[in-house]
Design a protein around this ligand. Structure first.
Ligand SMILES: [Zn+2]
Length: 434
C-alpha cells in the first residue's frame, strides 16, 4: 500500500485542556473523501490500479473491499481508474467537525446517560470515571495499569460486588488504537451500567459483580488518544519516537505483546512508519509493559475469567489465535459458541438487527502477531479472550457520528450481560474444538 503521509499535510493546531476537542483539526481533512472500493475477491487487481494514486487505507481485510481516504488533489486521477465504489464520507473534514459536538451538554452527573450523546475531551474522561467511582464508593477503586510514554496514567476502575474484592477478573481494554473512539464510549457505558445497575438492584449487574471483579481501562493508549483530539483525528499508534533516528512516531501497542511477537511476518510491520509497527522488541512500549503487569497480577491472583480488547470497526467477535490462521486452541469450540450467543443477543437487542461475525481471529480476518487476546490467553491464562470490533461495517468507519454512540454501546450491554451469565455454565462442557 502506498500510504499518504498525512502528518506532512496536517497543520498542528494546539488545543488547550478546556477547549473543544477536534474542532481545530477538522480543516486538514476538508475536501478529503473516503471511498469503499469494491474488490469482489480480486484485491490485487484493484490494488494495482490504486497504485496510481496516494491514499490512506483504513482496513486490512481487503477481500471484498478497500476503504481509502483520498486527498482532493488525487480525486481526478481516482475518478479515471474506473473502479466500483461507495462513498463513505463525502467530505471527511465536515464529518469530523460534526463528530465534535461538545461535551458541555453533559451535566457532570455520572448517573446522567447524556454523556453518551457526544464524544469528549480526554480530561473529561478521567473525571467521568472518578464520578462513577463516587457513585459506588464502597465497591470500587480507581486504578492505574501503568503510564504512557508521555507520562499519562492508564487509569481505570476496579469494581466488585458482595463479598468482594478478590473474585476472578473480567478485564476490559479500550482505545488501544487511538482513533477508535467508540471503544472508549463502550467501555465507559458498560461501567456506567454496572455501577448504576448495581445501585438500583438490577439483576444482571448484581449477578455479574457478585461473581466477578471487573477491571476496566477505557483508554490504554492515552497519548495517541490525546493526539487524535489535538492534531490528527486518524492517529492509531502510541506517541513513542521511532528507533535509530527514524522520523516516524509510534508503535502499535496491539502488535507489541510478548506472546508470539515474532511468530509470523504477515502479522505486523517492522517499518517504524507503518500503522502496525510492532516495535524493536516485545513489550518495548511503556503502555504494553503496564498492561502486561496487571494481566500477570490478575493471573497470579484469582485468575482472569474474561478478557476483551475493544476496537472498531467491522463488527467482529474474534478469539485466539491471531498469529496463525491454521492453529485452533482446544477451547475454540466454547469460545465460538459463546461468541455466537453474544452475536445473537446483539442482533436481537438492536432495532436495525446489527450482525457480528465471529470466529478465530487469524482465520476470520487476517494474521496479527503480538496482539492482546493471544497473549492474555496464553500468558494471562484467561478462560475467554476476545477482540470485539464495534460498529460499523463501513458506512462511517472510524468517524462514527455521535448519534450512533447510544445504539452501539447499548447493544454491547445486551451482549455482555448474556456473556457474563454463561461464563461459569456447565453448558460449555463437552463443546469440542470447532
Ligand atoms: Zn483497533
Amino acid at each position: 500500500m502506498r500510504g499518504l503521509r498525512l502528518s506532512s499535510i496536517l497543520a498542528v493546531v494546539a488545543v488547550g485542556a478546556s477547549a473543544i476537542p477536534t474542532k481545530g483539526i477538522s480543516s486538514p481533512y476538508d475536501g478529503f473523501k473516503v471511498f469503499r472500493v469494491k474488490t469482489q475477491g480480486h484485491p490485487s487487481a484493484i490494488q494495482e490500479k490504486l497504485s496510481n494514486i496516494t491514499f490512506e487505507q483504513w482496513n486490512h481485510d481487503v477481500n471484498s473491499h478497500i476503504d481509502i481516504v483520498v486527498a482532493p488533489d488525487q480525486l481526478p486521477v481516482f475518478a479515471e481508474l474506473g473502479l466500483e465504489f461507495d462513498v463513505m464520507h463525502e467530505d471527511l473534514g465536515a464529518s469530523i467537525a460534526a463528530e465534535s459536538v461538545h461535551s458541555s451538554l453533559w451535566k457532570r452527573q455520572a448517573g446522567d446517560p447524556s454523556w453518551f450523546d457526544s464524544y469528549h475531551d480526554y480530561n473529561d474522561h478521567i473525571e467521568y470515571f472518578q464520578s462513577l467511582h463516587d457513585l459506588f464508593p464502597d465497591n470500587s477503586e480507581i486504578i492505574s495499569s501503568g503510564s504512557s510514554y508521555e507520562n499519562r496514567s492508564l487509569y481505570g476502575i476496579h469494581l466488585w460486588g458482595t463479598g468482594g474484592p478478590g473474585k476472578p477478573a473480567v478485564l476490559y481494554h479500550g482505545t488501544v488504537h487511538a482513533r477508535e473512539w467508540i471503544s472508549t464510549a463502550t467501555t465507559e457505558y458498560l461501567t456506567y451500567k454496572l455501577v448504576t445497575g448495581y445501585n438500583a438492584g438490577d439483576r444482571d449487574a448484581r449477578s455479574a459483580l457478585d461473581k466477578y471483579d471487573f477491571y476496566i481501562i477505557p483508554i490504554v493508549n492515552p497519548d495517541g488518544f490525546a493526539y487524535t483530539q489535538t492534531t490528527q483525528r486518524l492517529w492509531r499508534k502510541n506517541r513513542q519516537p521511532g528507533p535509530n533516528g527514524s522520523t516516524c512516531y509510534g508503535r502499535d501497542i496491539n502488535r507489541n505483546w510478548e506472546f508470539a511477537w515474532d511468530a509470523n511476518p504477515l502479522g505486523a510491520s517492522t517499518n517504524p512508519c507503518s500503522q502496525t509497527y510492532k516495535g524493536e522488541r516485545p513489550s518495548d512500549t511503556p503502555e504494553n509493559q503496564g498492561l502486561d503487569k496487571l494481566v500477570r497480577q490478575l493471573r497470579d491472583g484469582a485468575g482472569i475469567k474474561l478478557y476483551i480488547d475493544w476496537h472498531s470497526y467491522g463488527q467482529y467477535i474474534l478469539s485466539p489465535f491471531g498469529y496463525k490462521d491454521t492453529l485452533y486452541a482446544p477451547e475454540l469450540g466454547k469460545w465460538t459458541k459463546a461468541a455466537q450467543i453474544v452475536s445473537d443477543a446483539i442482533r436481537d437487542s438492536s432495532s436495525d438487527l446489527t450482525t457480528f461475525t465471529f470466529g478465530p481471529s487469524g482465520a476470520t480476518l487476517y494474521p496479527t502477531t503480538g496482539a492482546a487476546p493471544d497473549h492474555v490467553y496464553s500468558i494471562g491464562r484467561a478462560e475467554f479472550s476476545y477482540t470485539i470490533e464495534l460498529r460499523d461495517i463501513g458506512r462511517y468507519g472510524f468517524v462514527l457520528p455521535p448519534e450512533l454512540i447510544r445504539p452501539t454501546v447499548e447493544e454491547q450491554w445486551a451482549g455482555q450481560k448474556v456473556l457474563w451469565s454463561l461464563l461459569d455454565e456447565e453448558f460449555f462442557d463437552g463443546v469440542g474444538p470447532a
